[in-house]
Ligand binder design. Structure first.
Ligand SMILES: NC(=O)c1ccc[n+]([C@@H]2O[C@H](COP(=O)([O-])OP(=O)(O)OC[C@H]3O[C@@H](n4cnc5c(N)ncnc54)[C@H](OP(=O)(O)O)[C@@H]3O)[C@@H](O)[C@H]2O)c1
Length: 251
C-alpha cells in the first residue's frame, strides 16, 4: 500500500544538520527513505550526523551560510532537490535597550537573510524540482509568545513567518509549498550558546510545569512534523506555521 508519509525517491537539503533539530530531521528523513544533502559549518559534527543516516547516496556539504559566496557554492553543489529544510540558526539573548548594530546584523544574517537568499538562489538555479516543499524552522518565540531578552531572535522568526506566507502564495502557481515549523523548547546546543543552561531539576520544576504535555521537546518531535510537510501527505498544505510545542502556547 502506498504510504503518503514516505520520502522514498525524494532528495532533501537540510541546513543546520550538524546539530540538534537539523540533525534529528536529517536522521528521521533518511529513515523514511529520503536521500539527504546535509550541510553545516562544523565538519566533525556534520560527519557524526552523516554516519547516523540510514540508507546510501547521502552527501555532506560544508557551508557558512552567513557568507554569500558559501551560499552560492552550496547551491552549485547540491543535486536536484524535492525539498529543503532551513534549520540553521543562532540565539542572541539581549535586553532591548542594549541591542547594537553588530548583534542585530549577526542574528538577522544567519536566521533571516541566509535562509531567504538560499531559497531564492535554489529557485533561480532551478535546483528545486516541481512540487517541492520548503520548510523553515522558525519558533513559537516572536510568532506566538514573547520571552524577555529574546527580542532580536524573535524579530528574525517573525520575519520568517512573513516571508513564508508571501512565498507560499507566490510559489503556489508552480506547485511549490512553503511552510514553517514553530517549536517550543528542545534542549540542544542552542541553549548553551544562549547561556540558558537548565539543570535537570530546573527543567523538571519550571519548564516541565509550563508544558501541558509535561515534557520539553526532542529533535524527533520536530522531525516528524518536517516529514509530514516534506511528504505528499501535506500536498494541500502551504503557508502555515505548524506549532509543535507540547501545548506551551495554551498555558
Ligand atoms: N532548540 C530549541 O529550543 C528551538 C526552539 C525553537 C526554534 N528553534 C530553531 O531551530 C533551529 C535549530 O536549532 P537547534 O536547537 O537545533 O540549535 P543547534 O543545536 O545550536 O544547531 C544550530 C545549527 O545551525 C548551524 N549554524 C549556525 N550558524 C550557522 C552558519 N553561519 N552557517 C551555517 N550553519 C550555521 C549550526 O552549525 P555548526 O554547528 O556546524 O556551526 C548547527 O547545525 C534554529 O533555527 C532555532 O532558532 C530551536
Amino acid at each position: 500500500m502506498m504510504n503518503p508519509f514516505s520520502l522514498e525517491g525524494k532528495t532533501l537539503l537540510i541546513t543546520g544538520a550538524s546539530s540538534g533539530i537539523g540533525r534529528g530531521i536529517a536522521i528521521e528523513c533518511s529513515k523514511m527513505g529520503a536521500t539527504m544533502a546535509i550541510t553545516g559549518r562544523n565538519e566533525a559534527r556534520l560527519k557524526e550526523t552523516y554516519d547516523m543516516l540510514e540508507g546510501t547516496n547521502h552527501i555532506m556539504l560544508l557551508a557558512d551560510l552567513s557568507k554569500q559566496e558559501e551560499i552560492e557554492k552550496l547551491v552549485a553543489n547540491v543535486p536536484a532537490l524535492n525539498g529543503c529544510v532551513h534549520s540553521a540558526g543562532i540565539p542572541k539573548i539581549c535586553g532591548v535597550k542594549h541591542i547594537d548594530r553588530n548583534l542585530l546584523e549577526d542574528i538577522i544574517n544567519v536566521n533571516e537573510v541566509a535562509p531567504i537568499l538560499l531559497t531564492s538562489l535554489l529557485l533561480r538555479k532551478k535546483k528545486l524540482q516541481k512540487k517541492s516543499s520548503i520548510v523553515f524552522i522558525s519558533s513559537i518565540s516572536g510568532v506566538c509568545v514573547a520571552n524577555i531578552g529574546e527580542a532580536p531572535y524573535a524579530s528574525t522568526k517573525g520575519a520568517i513567518s512573513g516571508f513564508v506566507k508571501t512565498a507560499a502564495y507566490e510559489l503556489a502557481a508552480q506547485g511549490t509549498r512553503v511552510n514553517s515549523i514553530n517549536p517550543g523548547l528542545v534542549p540542544t546546543r542552542i541553549l548553551e550558546l544562549s547561556n540558558t543552561v537548565f539543570s535537570e531539576d530546573q527543567l523538571k520544576e519550571t519548564m516541565y510545569d509550563r508544558y501541558p504535555l509535561k515534557r520539553v521537546g526532542k529533535p524527533e518531535d520536530i522531525a516528524y512534523g518536517a516529514i509530514y510537510l516534506l511528504s505528499d501527505a501535506s500536498s494541500w498544505v502551504t503557508g502555515i506555521n505548524l506549532v509543535i510545542d507540547g501545548g506551551y502556547i495554551l498555558a
